[in-house]
Design a protein around this ligand. Structure first.
Ligand code: SAM
Length: 229
C-alpha cells in the first residue's frame, strides 16, 4: 500500500508539473504567482475521491453543481489582476477556496463571497486549517460586492455574468482592476476593467466557460431585484 509520504511526494511532483506545463509554458511568468501555485496544495480543495485528478488541466466538480476552476484560468486571472503585496482584494465566488488561497500568498487581505453556505463554510474551514489567515469568507450574494471592506485594489469574479454588476465597479479604487467573465450562462469572454479617474478601460482576454453568477446583478437578476432589500 502507498505510504502517506509517497502520496504527498506524488502530489508535489504533479503540482510542479502543473505549474511548468499548464501555467508557465502558456505564458504566465510572474515568479510570485508561479510560486503561489507551487505551494498551495490544490488536492486539499477538491473532494477526496477526486484528489488524484487535482492537478489535471480542467475544472473539477466540488458539489452543488459548482467547480474549482482550471489551474491555468486561475493563474491567468491572477496575473491580469496585477496584484501588489499591499493590495486588498475581493473575490466573488469562493467555491473551494483555492483561488482565495493563491491570492492570500500574493496580497495583504482577501474578502471572498460565496452564495452557497455549505461551500463557503467548507472553504473557510480548509483555509483556516492551512493557515491562510488573511482570507475572510462571507456568505452573501456577491453580485453586490462586499461594501463593508470596499474600495478594493482588485476584484476577481469567478462565475460568469450577463454584464458587469454596477456595485463591483463602484467598489474599485482608482487604478483598480476588475476581472470578470461576461457573456452567456455557460460561455463568456474574460474581461479586464481598469478604473481610471473618470471612467473605465476594458480589455478582453480569452473565451472562457464558467458556471453562472446567480444574484441580483447576475443571472436571474429580475427575480432578485424584485425582492425587497
Ligand atoms: N474560485 C473558486 C475556486 O477557487 O474554487 C471557483 C468558483 S466556481 C467556478 C463559482 C462559484 O461562484 C461557485 O461556488 C458559485 O456558488 C459561486 N457563485 C455564483 N453566484 C454567486 C454570487 N452571486 N455570489 C457569490 N458566489 C456566487
Amino acid at each position: 500500500m502507498e505510504t502517506q509520504d509517497a502520496r504527498e511526494a506524488a502530489f508535489v511532483k504533479a503540482r510542479l508539473r502543473m505549474v511548468e506545463i499548464q501555467i508557465l509554458q502558456r505564458g504566465v511568468t510572474s515568479q510570485s504567482i508561479l510560486d503561489a501555485f507551487r505551494k498551495v496544495p490544490r488536492h486539499l480543495f477538491v473532494p477526496q475521491e477526486d484528489q488524484a485528478e487535482a492537478y489535471d488541466d480542467y475544472p473539477i466538480p466540488i458539489g452543488f453543481g459548482q467547480t474549482i476552476s482550471q489551474p491555468y484560468i486561475a493563474a491567468l486571472m491572477t496575473e491580469k489582476a496585477q496584484l501588489k503585496t499591499e493590495d486588498s482584494v475581493l473575490e466573488v465566488g469562493t467555491g473551494s477556496g483555492y483561488q482565495a488561497a493563491i491570492l492570500s500568498r500574493l496580497c495583504k487581505k482577501i474578502d471572498t463571497v460565496e452564495r452557497i453556505p455549505a461551500l463557503g463554510k467548507q472553504a473557510q474551514k480548509m483555509l483556516s486549517e492551512l493557515g491562510f489567515d488573511n482570507v475572510f469568507v462571507h456568505i452573501a450574494d456577491g453580485t453586490g460586492g462586499w461594501p463593508d471592506a470596499a474600495p478594493y485594489d482588485a476584484i476577481l469574479v469567478t462565475a460568469g455574468s450577463p454584464s458587469v454588476p454596477p456595485p463591483l465597479q463602484l467598489q474599485l479604487k482608482n487604478g483598480g482592476r476588475l476581472i470578470i467573465p461576461v457573456g452567456g450562462s455557460w460561455h463568456q469572454e474574460l474581461q479586464l476593467w481598469i478604473k481610471t479617474e473618470n471612467d473605465f478601460e476594458m480589455e478582453t482576454i480569452i473565451p472562457v466557460a464558467f458556471v453562472p453568477l446567480l444574484g441580483k446583478w447576475g443571472w436571474a437578476g429580475e427575480r432578485y431585484r424584485n425582492e425587497k432589500d
